[in-house]
Design a protein around this ligand. Structure first.
Ligand code: SAM
Length: 276
């Protein structure tokens, strides 16, 4: 008997309209839908009037359910895997069954759609050329410190997922290790209260003290040697304009210039005070 196919179907991250025709048709046509939370997925299925046999597939039953689903796929059943929001396998269950399908020669097909971090990145205003997606930071102290050091030295925009009640702790940890770099908080994407907060870590800590909803942290890349060399060629005015264009306030700009040029803040203050 021919094996069935496993479809990895992306679902909306808030706005129910963010789903493709192909995703809806796939959900309609498969034999079974494996869902992270069946009650949650039922709301989406009801919205699109899809009635289908649902099987729960979440972190705590991933191992046993993988085996059960593999058997069904081997019996020729087509299965769609969905998570609560966005793309399965991205900080959501999926990896385990995908590994096993590949190992057993079962076809895996992606059905593209929403993924929270991609949308946060494209509208962040930070560099999108290369980026480092780290998901949730580890809680273990040693591993967490290691990741924070990685962010400190990364020449790519870093993206982190975080729970709102842990945001302040994470921002303070970031501030301690990487200093006061530019950060963007993408909140409640595709929902009514969607917003982007763009500022330095220090300011963001103050602005997000009572933040609620789903959030993503994006961190500006570390200054590369190339930029460092550019600073050396800049006049003080050019250096000032470079930061002003990024929306940084005067006090912070002077601090940054002093740091970049390895001179005292006072020296920079005096220079600009004499200019006005
Ligand atoms: N699989 C999902 C994806 O494709 O992005 C991610 C699931 S992960 C368990 C949940 C995290 O994604 C949240 O804690 C938050 O950091 C981020 N997230 C999901 N939906 C979001 C939204 N609408 N706005 C902002 N962040 C979101």
């Amino acid at each position: 008997m021919e094996y069935g196919t496993l479809y990895i179907v992306a679902t909306p991250i808030g706005n129910l309209e963010d789903i493709t025709y192909r995703a809806i048709n796939t959900l309609k046509e498969v034999d079974i839908i494996a869902a992270e939370d069946t009650r949650h997925t039922l709301k989406l299925l009801n919205h699109y009037e899809i009635t289908k046999h649902l099987i729960s597939y979440h972190r705590h039953n991933e191992e046993t359910k993988t085996q059960e689903l593999i058997e069904k796929l081997k019996q020729g059943k087509n299965i769609a895997l969905v998570s609560d929001a966005g793309t399965p396998g991205i900080c959501d269950p999926g990896e385990e069954i995908i590994f096993k399908c590949i190992e057993d020669g079962i076809k895996v097909i992606p059905i593209p759609g929403a993924c929270a971090f991609v949308n946060a990145l494209i509208c962040s205003g930070l560099n999108t050329e290369t980026f480092l997606f780290l998901g949730f930071l580890p809680l273990n102290k040693k591993n967490r410190k290691q990741k924070l050091e990685e962010i400190k030295n990364s020449s790519q925009t870093t993206i982190l997922y975080e729970a709102p009640h842990k945001l302040q702790t994470t921002l303070k940890d970031l501030q301690e290790i990487i200093g006061d770099r530019k950060v963007v908080i993408a909140r409640e994407l595709t929902k009514i209260h969607e917003e982007f907060i763009r500022d330095t870590i220090k300011e963001i800590i103050e602005k997000t003290a009572d933040i609620k909803g789903e959030i993503i942290i994006l961190i500006e890349k570390a200054q590369t040697l190339e930029i460092q060399q550019k600073f050396e060629e800049f006049s003080l005015e050019e250096h000032y304009n470079y930061y002003e264009k990024q929306g940084i306030d005067k006090k912070e700009i002077i601090k940054k210039i002093a740091k970049d040029r390895n001179v005292s803040k006072n020296e920079i203050y005096i220079y600009f005070a004499n200019k006005t």
